[in-house]
Design a protein around this ligand. Structure first.
Ligand code: ADP
Ligand code: MG
Length: 357
C-alpha cells in the first residue's frame, strides 16, 4: 500500500479555523511550565489520568474530558443518551489505561436555553448506563446556561494500589506492543453517521452497519483488561486510544523516551470495518491508524514474557493483538508494510486545532 495514502485523512470534527493553537504543543507547554515536584503528585499533566498519593500504598486517579456540540458530537446523528454514554466511556477508558478502578463521577453541563428536562434526563441515563456496570456513583457537578450549544464535562475519580498503576512512561526498547480489541470501527461508524448517500451504504450489510454504529456511539471502556494488565503486572506501559493509534503511539513513545516499529499487516481490523472500507473505497489500515475514539488499550509487555503472557491472555479471555515492538528513541517511529518495506510513521492523529484537518 502506498505510504502517501496514510498521510491525510479528513477530520471528523469541525476545525476552529481562527485558532492557531495546536492541542499537543499546548499540553507540552503546560506540562513544562507547571510541572513541579511534590511527593504527593506522582503524575500531573502528561498521562491518561493524574496520579496522587492517597493513604498508604494507594493512589487516587483523576481525569476529565470536555465534549462540545458540533466538535465532538452532532445531535442530528446521536441521541442525548448516546452522547452521555460516550462522554462517560471516554473518561472510564482513561482510568482503564491507568489500570485503575473507577469510583466516582462529576458531571458539568452548559446547555442552551431551549434545552428540555427530557433531554437532560436522557443524557444522564446514557452517562449512568456507562457507569453502572463499574459501580461508579455520581457525586456532583455543575450546571450553566450556554449561548453556543451543549457542553458536557465529565470528571472521573478512581484508585489503584500504588504497585498497580500503569503509566505511559514505562515502555522499554525490546518490549512487545499490543492493542486490545479491534481498530477503526469507531471511525467507520462515525463516517456512516455522516453519510448522505444511501446508495453507497446499501453496499454494506445491515449487521456490519449495526456493529460499527454501536462501536462509535457506545464504546466499551476496557476496565477489565486494564485491571488485569496492572494487577498481574504484565504491562510496562499503557495508553488508551482516543486520538488514533498513530498519535497515541507517539504519545506513549514520547513519555517513555523510546521509538517503535508497527507491523501494519498485524493491525486487528474487524470484518465489519473491512466490509465498510470496501464499500466506501477506503483503506482499512488508514481507518485503524488514524481513526480515533476506539477506546482500546495500547500497551507494552517485555518480549521475554511473550509465551507466558499469551498463554495467560488465552486462559483469561483477554483479547489483544501483538502489533509491533518498541525500539531505542533514536530509531524513531516506523511502520512495516505487508511488502516488508519499513517507512517512517507519519503523524496523522486527529488534532482539534490543526489547520490541515
Ligand atoms: P486523553 O486523550 O487521555 O484524555 P489528553 O490528550 O486530553 O489525554 O491530555 C493529555 C494530558 O494533558 C493529560 O494529563 C491532561 O490532564 C492534560 N491536559 C489536557 N488539556 C489540558 C489543559 N487545558 N490544561 C491542563 N492540562 C491539560
Ligand atoms: Mg487517554
Amino acid at each position: 500500500m502506498p505510504v502517501i495514502a496514510l498521510v491525510s485523512m479528513p477530520s471528523p470534527g469541525r476545525r476552529t479555523a481562527k485558532s492557531p493553537i495546536n492541542e499537543f504543543s499546548l499540553i507540552r507547554t503546560l506540562q513544562q511550565r507547571y510541572t513541579f515536584k511534590s511527593s504527593r503528585i506522582i503524575r500531573g499533566i502528561g498521562d491518561d489520568a493524574a496520579v496522587i498519593v492517597s493513604g498508604h500504598n494507594r493512589r487516587q486517579l483523576l481525569t476529565t474530558d470536555l465534549l462540545a456540540e458540533g466538535i465532538h458530537f452532532n445531535l442530528r446523528t446521536a441521541t442525548f443518551a448516546d452522547v452521555g454514554f460516550r462522554a462517560a466511556a471516554a473518561n472510564l477508558s482513561d482510568i482503564a489505561a491507568m489500570g485503575g478502578i473507577p469510583e466516582y463521577v462529576l458531571v458539568s453541563l452548559a446547555m442552551p436555553r431551549s434545552a428540555s428536562a427530557a433531554q437532560v434526563g436522557q443524557l444522564y441515563r446514557g452517562i449512568m448506563a456507562a457507569c453502572r456496570p463499574h459501580d461508579v456513583r455520581l457525586i456532583g457537578g455543575d450546571t450553566s446556561a450556554s449561548a453556543m450549544g451543549w457542553f458536557i464535562n465529565i470528571t472521573l475519580v478512581g484508585s489503584a494500589p500504588s504497585r498497580h498503576v500503569l503509566l505511559r512512561s514505562g515502555a522499554r526498547p525490546g518490549d512487545d506492543l499490543y492493542v486490545t480489541g479491534t481498530l477503526g470501527d469507531s471511525r467507520a461508524g462515525l463516517q456512516l453517521l455522516g453519510q448522505r448517500m444511501p446508495a453507497r451504504s446499501r453496499l454494506l450489510p445491515a449487521r456490519h452497519r449495526r456493529v460499527l454504529l454501536e462501536r462509535h456511539l457506545r464504546p466499551t471502556p476496557r476496565i477489565r483488561e486494564g485491571r488485569w494488565l496492572s494487577t498481574r503486572r504484565w504491562a510496562t506501559s499503557a495508553i488508551d486510544i482516543s486520538d488514533g493509534l498513530s498519535g497515541d503511539l507517539r504519545h506513549l513513545c514520547q513519555e517513555s523516551d523510546v521509538g517503535a516499529d508497527l507491523n501494519l499487516s498485524a493491525l486487528p481490523i474487524s470484518t465489519a470495518c473491512r466490509a465498510y472500507a470496501i464499500s466506501a473505497h477506503e483503506n482499512p489500515a488508514m481507518l485503524a491508524l488514524a481513526g480515533g475514539e476506539d477506546y482500546e488499550l495500547l500497551f507494552t509487555v517485555p518480549c521475554r514474557q511473550r509465551t507466558r503472557f499469551q498463554r495467560a491472555m488465552a486462559m483469561d479471555r483477554i483479547r489483544a493483538t501483538r502489533i509491533g515492538a518498541m525500539k531505542a528513541a533514536g530509531e524513531g517511529l516506523h511502520v512495516t508494510l505487508s511488502n516488508g518495506r519499513r517507512h517512517p510513521l507519519p503523524f496523522i492523529s486527529y488534532e482539534h486545532f490543526s489547520s490541515k484537518t
